[in-house]
Structures are given as structure tokens and as C-alpha cells.
Design a protein around this ligand. Structure first.
Ligand code: GRG
Length: 299
């Protein structure tokens, strides 16, 4: 990637970040109702933090394959709602018991724990309402989005990954099981983000298959880098205590393969993902840049 491309990519990320922030803010305004605290808590977790990776991937994919930004925005926000709910629940004492998230106290530290559980539930539920009403899409497209998101975030995806993740704490596991955990827990929602772009643009099935392969590869590359960053990134940059995997006695790519091999594997997967992408009949430079950024990131 040349310097110019990097600058352009940064400008792209900043502008899309601002649009996503604005859309999320509009989806969940403050409300002076007897139960208005729910929306205050949802806004605490949802706004002003995070890389917005999933919505950005959805928008960038839609733009790459000929979809409209206006049609992709609500689905992109639904992805961020699901992701944020998963982080809220993952931080709870019954799961990872993390005190910090995105550089500030996790939701159950800033609000009563019961409210944190319910705020996660609300974001999960609301995401599907948002999809059911997403503008500038046909009923069939909305239904496809709902189906894909429920599969990727549910019992065939993220939730099953989280169950496995809880089960393997303190146990010795091999690379195949670790890959399965990563594919379900983190990879599935990243794959959905890419699929969302394809659905919004109504791509033919042959192109969807390539998008899915791309999504799977960058999903695993991202998670391997997350394992690497857990060991190497500073607490300030990562927004939470680092080396939490070691503290939580978790098997990671780094504990199985070491830092250097893990980095190399993430880079290899990202390169393969880009090769897959190049089979599409579009200018894929934007997605290529994002795939590279995902493995070269520092937080
Ligand atoms: C509780 C149902 C349920 C699921 C939780 C995704 C997940 C499943 C837990 C997150 C735990 C974790 C830290 C996984 C590592 C990879 C990951 C998803 C990191 C957080 O995503 P980023 O880096 O976060 O995109 P930001 O804050 O930038 O959005």
C-alpha cells in the first residue's frame, strides 16, 4: 500500500466513522421516559468508542459491489448494535469480568449490573427491528439480512463461540478447536458484515460465495491479531487491560504458535483474502486496504 492510499483510507475511515456515529445517535436518542435509563445506558456503550469495523466493512463492501450507501447504513448500524451487545455481555462478571471497555469503565461498572444485562438484550433485540424497517431495501433483502444476522450471531455463530470459549478456560486445546472458537465467536459477525454489503447490492450467488470466503479469511486474521495485541498493545491503546488472555488462562494463537508465527499467519490469511477478492469484477482497492489495515493495526 502506498502512502497516498494510506492517507485516502484514513480519510475514508474518518468520514464513515462520523456518518455511523450520527446514524447510531439518531437510532437511539435520549428519552425522558420512566425507563429512559435504558437508552442512556445503550448510548454509553454504543456511542463515542470502538473502531466501527463491522459497519465500515458493510458500507465498504456495499460500495465496492455497487450498492447504495443510504441502503447500507441501517444494516451497518444493526451490526454495531449486535457487536456492542456482545461486548457488554462478554464483560459481565459471569463471563470475562472486565472492568474496562473502549477506554472507559465497562457498562456493568458504570450502571447497575442488571441494567447492563438488559441493555445488551435491548441492543440485540433492537438490531432486528432496525433491519425489519431498513429503508431503500426490498422486503426480500430485509429478510435475508435478518436471516444472515441471526445465523451469524446466534446458535450457528457468535453465541455458540462464546459457549465454547467459556468451556475451554483453563483447558489445553489444540489449534483446530481454537480455530472453531474464533470462527464462531468473532469470525461469524465479521463475515456477516461482508455478506451484508453483498445483500444490499443484490450481488449474484457466485459473487456472494467469494465475499463469504473473503469474510472468513479476514475474520480469522483479525482474531489472530487480537490475540497478538492482547500481549503486545499498551493498555491505553487497547482500551482495556492487556494480556487478559494470560490472566484468564486462555489458549490463544500466541500461546500455541508464538508471536512471530501468529503475525505471519494473520498476514498470510489477509493476503489470501485479497486474492479471493481480486476474482470479483470490481475495483476492490478499498476492501484490499481494509484487509491490510486489519492485520497491521496497533489496537
Ligand atoms: C456475550 C453472546 C456474547 C458474545 C461475546 C465477540 C465476543 C462474543 C466477545 C468479545 C471478546 C473479545 C475481546 C473477542 C476478541 C475479538 C473482538 C471481538 C474484539 C473486540 O472487537 P473490536 O476490536 O472492538 O472490533 P471495538 O471496541 O473496536 O468495536
Amino acid at each position: 500500500m502506498t502512502v497516498i492510499e494510506k492517507v485516502d483510507l484514513n480519510a475514508y475511515l474518518a468520514s464513515k466513522n462520523a456518518l455511523i456515529e450520527q446514524a447510531l445517535d439518531q437510532f437511539i436518542p435520549e428519552q425522558s421516559l420512566p425507563y429512559g435509563k435504558l437508552f442512556t445506558a445503550a448510548r454509553y456503550s454504543l456511542l463515542g468508542g470502538g473502531k466501527r469495523l463491522r459497519p465500515i466493512l458493510a458500507l465498504a463492501t456495499a460500495e465496492t459491489v455497487g450498492g447504495y450507501l443510504e441502503a447500507a447504513m441501517a444494516p451497518a448500524c444493526a451490526l454495531e448494535m449486535i457487536h456492542t451487545y456482545s461486548l457488554i455481555h462478554d464483560d459481565l462478571p459471569c463471563m470475562d469480568n472486565d472492568d474496562y471497555r473502549r477506554g472507559k469503565p465497562s457498562l456493568h461498572r458504570a450502571f447497575p449490573e442488571g441494567h447492563a444485562v438488559l441493555t445488551g438484550d435491548y441492543l440485540l433485540t433492537y438490531a432486528f427491528e432496525v433491519l425489519s424497517k431498513a429503508p431503500k431495501l426490498t422486503a426480500e433483502q430485509r429478510l435475508r439480512l435478518i436471516t444472515v444476522l441471526s445465523q451469524r450471531s446466534g446458535g450457528e455463530g457468535m453465541i455458540s463461540g462464546q459457549v465454547l470459549d467459556l468451556d475451554i478456560v483453563g483447558k489445553k486445546i489444540d489449534l483446530e478447536i481454537l480455530k472453531l472458537v474464533h470462527r464462531l465467536k468473532t469470525g461469524a459477525l465479521l463475515k456477516a458484515s461482508i455478506e451484508f454489503g453483498g445483500i444490499v447490492a443484490n450481488v449474484p450467488e457466485s459473487q456472494m460465495v467469494l465475499l463469504q470466503e473473503f469474510g472468513e479469511k479476514i475474520g480469522l486474521a483479525f482474531q489472530i491479531m487480537d490475540d497478538v495485541l492482547d500481549v503486545t498493545a499498551s493498555e491505553q491503546k487497547h482500551g482495556k487491560k492487556t494480556a487478559s488472555d494470560i490472566a484468564n488462562n486462555k489458549t490463544t494463537y500466541v500461546s500455541l504458535k508464538g508471536l512471530e508465527q501468529s503475525r505471519a499467519l494473520a498476514q498470510k490469511l489477509s493476503d489470501e483474502a485479497v486474492q479471493t477478492l481480486r476474482q470479483l469484477p470490481y475495483d476492490v482497492s478499498l476492501l484490499t486496504g481494509l484487509a491490510q489495515l486489519m492485520v497491521q493495526r496497533s489496537h
